[in-house]
Design a protein around this ligand. Structure first.
Ligand code: HEC
Ligand code: HEC
Ligand code: HEC
Ligand code: HEC
Ligand code: HEC
Length: 219
């Protein structure tokens, strides 16, 4: 082999290459560690609320549709919380003296919104939009769990980068047939989900787009 480098230079080149390889591996380990370490994975988090609102009673029991209270979920980035008058549609007649509903009555009388504590949040540097997920067939329960069974809402799934990218890499197993299925909290994949999911990806223009780019969620 021609002597391009002196023996000394060869050693430092090797050292440099080894160093670079170690740095790259360390970078991946570090990123992997962040993604899988439980960082911001506050599963089970159930904050105190101004009123002990129960999805189990209102959704599981009474059968109210999510959009009755989270009206913006199909058309905007945020699903939003219901205004007090939505509660009072029923509670101006039902349980009108119940102490636990006093904050609702006060909110209505003073025209001040109730302040619900959030259970699902992302850091500010992450961009998220409900409407595109709903439109493309991703159901509420995939990200929020079985909220229709919760007497008090809690964080059921860790909304980590690993969770988001896991689906963005291959959405087919999760894509539901239609709007009714997206809002069906008891949806389970059918036996032909794999083929159906791939077909839905093509039909809905998901296939071929790169939604794992960093820019998708960090803009
Ligand atoms: C009668 C009104 C009502 C209906 C119907 C309703 N919700 Fe809610 N939802 C609320 C209220 C009030 C809160 C805030 C208090 C709480 O967290 O329980 C809330 C909170 C949530 C949260 C927690 C968000 C956060 O970050 O704090 C999720 C997720 C949610 N709802 C999903 C759903 C889904 C999915 C459906 C349909 C299956 C649904 N809701 C139906 C009123 C409703
Ligand atoms: C469509 C009618 C309807 C709407 C809208 C509604 N409720 Fe209710 N709510 C009921 C009924 C019916 C019950 C009794 C449920 C039961 O005991 O199974 C109830 C019960 C309650 C209770 C007593 C505890 C429980 O869950 O049994 C609370 C607290 C409550 N609702 C809060 C709210 C709040 C806050 C809102 C608005 C975000 C709201 N409700 C909207 C019909 C409604
Ligand atoms: C792909 C995952 C995903 C799906 C599907 C999804 N959500 Fe969410 N949801 C989130 C994330 C992430 C947040 C927190 C957003 C933030 O902090 O900016 C959130 C927040 C919420 C909140 C709190 C208020 C708000 O808008 O931030 C409500 C209520 C809610 N979702 C309801 C729903 C309902 C109802 C559905 C189904 C129609 C649904 N979500 C489907 C991921 C999802
Ligand atoms: C279960 C599957 C699934 C999960 C989980 C999921 N997504 Fe998505 N996401 C999709 C699909 C499907 C699309 C639509 C892609 C398309 O139309 O090409 C999408 C689109 C998006 C878009 C819009 C992309 C664009 O350029 O228009 C953003 C932003 C996004 N997702 C962020 C998130 C974040 C942040 C999370 C985690 C909190 C998340 N997603 C979790 C399936 C998912
Ligand atoms: C589908 C959405 C999505 C994509 C694509 C995505 N991220 Fe993230 N990223 C998130 C979410 C959600 C969080 C916050 C939750 C968490 O830390 O897991 C996050 C957090 C981060 C953080 C902070 C981690 C920490 O522990 O504080 C870094 C750094 C990051 N992302 C870098 C990247 C890079 C680099 C890429 C491209 C290779 C990328 N992200 C692509 C959704 C995404």
């Amino acid at each position: 082999m021609a002597q391009i480098f002196s023996a000394g230079a060869d050693t430092s080149l090797k050292l440099f290459l080894v160093g670079a390889a170690v740095a790259i591996v360390a970078g991946f380990v570090l990123l992997g560690g962040f993604v899988g370490s439980g960082y911001r994975t506050n599963v089970g988090f159930r904050p105190a609320q101004p009123v002990p609102f129960s999805h189990k009673h209102h959704v599981g029991g009474l059968g109210l549709d999510c959009r009755y209270c989270h009206a913006a979920v199909e058309v905007s980035a945020a699903a939003g919380f219901p205004p007090t008058h939505t509660c009072m549609t029923c509670h101006s007649q039902l349980y009108t003296d119940a102490a636990m509903l006093a904050p609702v009555r006060q909110s209505m009388a003073n025209n001040r919104p109730l302040h619900w504590s959030r259970i699902a949040t992302l850091p500010e540097y992450v961009y998220f939009d409900h409407s595109i997920h709903i439109a493309k067939g991703v159901g509420c329960s995939t990200c929020h769990g079985q909220i229709q069974e919760m007497p008090l809402a809690y964080t059921a799934k860790a909304l980590t980068m690993g969770f988001c990218i896991g689906c963005h890499r291959d959405p087919a197993p999760y894509l539901r047939a239609n709007e009714a299925e997206v809002f069906d909290m008891n949806w389970r994949p059918a036996s032909d989900q794999h083929a159906a999911g791939e077909r839905r990806m093509a039909e809905r223009g998901i296939a071929g787009r790169n939604i794992t780019d960093c820019y998708t969620c960090h803009r």
